[in-house]
Design a protein around this ligand. Structure first.
Ligand code: SF4
Length: 454
């Protein structure tokens, strides 16, 4: 029996992959332990930003220089392994295995070989089209009541700032039947909320020849026995179509929250980013969503300081933030990624200027988010108590159907159940509330929005 410890970085897809890997290893008799007791430390890595990679380099360095202990064996999987796996193996002899995101299916068996033989193994993806997936549902998760399911791998969009198409390969949809089987297993294991994930969920099915698209999958998953709540992420503005929003407004179990990354408010910068839409096209999608889901929420992603972003371009982004009044925005300063075309564009913006621009949009958005959240005070929502709050004794947290975090008093016996929670106040990035009553029914089909009538 081997003992392993895992370190997970980056997006929801990595959490999903790590949960599946954990499930596969434990089913082979492995034991997850704290790092100090592990025979091997497995990193599931991210390459989206330089910072994410630097963290892994420094953690591997720390493991190698720990005093009084032989360094554990180290395996590195995921995007960073695909990008820098050869360097990692060269620099650290303790890195005994590297594995790209499209070769995860080989990982459990090869980890066992490595531990048994001491041989070093490189499983970097050579063919961006082929996929050797882990055929295991993520049954051993950090959260027993919520689970992610990846519905498609890779991305063909080649946004000029993004490393994903280079490390995760070409877009490929998972077969619906595989997804349904996974949903059934998760529901039987106690999952009450499922999030369908992909780099661009809206192009799901584009590689099938039978007309089965994302709205078909969403509709089918939402109507499966035992599926109480479904979310999805991430949407691409150029591909989000009305049929998806129609399913959201028709199916009670589909939560009315959409993440729609705008990335810039300047058409010129959107073109340089190769995003495939203009601000006005984006506005028409926002209008379509908001008229169909009046109580829904809309979040977005925005990059500041993209190469060539002039003050006027940045002003357009500020205007977009004020115009669209998103519930929340994930903002980021542009981070050049080697190998992407934007890294070579002239007119890179200085670090201090990027930070200044970030500060401007963040402070505008903070006010907007607070105004939107304050309007919810006094309303009641169905909330799945899904964890203890990071701070505060006897406090739990959960999310409203529209994906807002709510902190409310409660004890751990309430975890995993739905409650009707009245919003009593707002904090900077979340809501505070109080339980009105247990909500057996909301999870069984009461429409997610409009839950004021307790
Ligand atoms: S859609 Fe664009 S930003 Fe998103 S993963 Fe694909 S290339 Fe990257």
């Amino acid at each position: 029996m081997y003992c392993f410890s895992m370190k997970i970085y980056g997006c929801q897809m990595n959490v999903y992959d790590a949960d599946r890997l954990r499930t596969a290893l434990v089913s082979r008799g492995w034991l997850e332990t704290p790092e100090e007791e592990a025979d091997i430390v497995i990193f599931v890595t991210c390459s989206i930003r330089d910072k994410a990679e630097q963290k892994v380099w420094s953690e591997i360095g720390r493991l190698n220089s720990a005093e009084g202990r032989t360094p554990p064996a180290i395996a590195v999987a995921g995007c960073m392994a695909q990008r820098t796996g050869t360097q990692l193996m060269k620099r650290y002899s303790s890195v005994c295995l590297v594995c790209g995101p499209r070769s995860l299916g080989k990982l459990p068996g090869e980890l066992e070989n490595v531990m048994r033989t001491g041989q070093r193994v490189s499983l970097l993806d050579e063919n961006p089209v082929s996929l050797d997936d882990l055929a295991v549902a993520p049954l051993l998760r950090a959260n027993p009541w919520k689970a992610f399911i990846t519905i498609a791998n890779g991305c063909d969009n080649f946004c000029t700032y993004c490393i994903v198409p280079y490390v995760r390969g070409r877009f490929i949809s998972r077969e619906p039947v595989v997804i349904f089987r996974e949903v059934e297993e998760l529901v039987s294991s106690g999952v009450r909320e499922i999030t369908l994930i992909g780099q661009n969920v809206n192009t799901y099915g584009r590689d099938f020849d039978n007309g089965y698209v994302f709205s078909s999958l969403l509709d089918d998953v939402a109507s499966m026995d035992g599926v109480e709540r479904v979310r999805f992420s991430t949407s691409h503005p150029k591909d989000l179509t009305k049929d998806v929003v129609d399913v959201m407004s028709r199916r009670p179990s589909v939560c009315p929250g959409i993440n729609l990354p705008i990335q810039s408010g300047s058409d010129q910068i959107l073109k340089l980013m190769n995003r495939g839409y203009t601000v006005e096209k984006f506005a028409s999608i926002v209008e379509m969503i908001r008229s169909a889901l009046p109580d829904g929420s809309l979040t977005s992603d925005l990059i500041v300081g993209f190469p060539g972003e002039t003050s006027a371009d940045f002003e357009r982004s500020v205007e977009a933030v004020e115009r669209f009044r998103f519930d929340m925005i994930h903002t980021a300063a542009y981070s050049p990624r080697e190998g992407t075309s934007a890294a070579g564009i002239e007119g890179q913006i200085s670090g201090p200027e990027k930070r200044r621009r970030l500060g401007v949009v963040n402070s505008i958005q903070t006010v907007i988010s607070q105004e939107i959240n304050e309007a919810l005070v006094g309303r009641t929502f169905s909330v799945l108590a899904d964890g203890t709050a990071p701070r505060g004794d006897s406090m739990l947290q959960g999310r409203t159907p529209s994906d807002k975090v709510v902190i409310f008093p409660g004890d751990i016996s309430m975890l995993g159940s739905f409650f009707r929670v009245r919003i009593t106040g707002t904090k900077k990035w979340c809501l505070s509330g109080e339980v009105v009553k247990a909500d057996g029914k909301a999870s069984l089909g009461v429409k997610c929005d409009g839950l004021d009538q307790v």
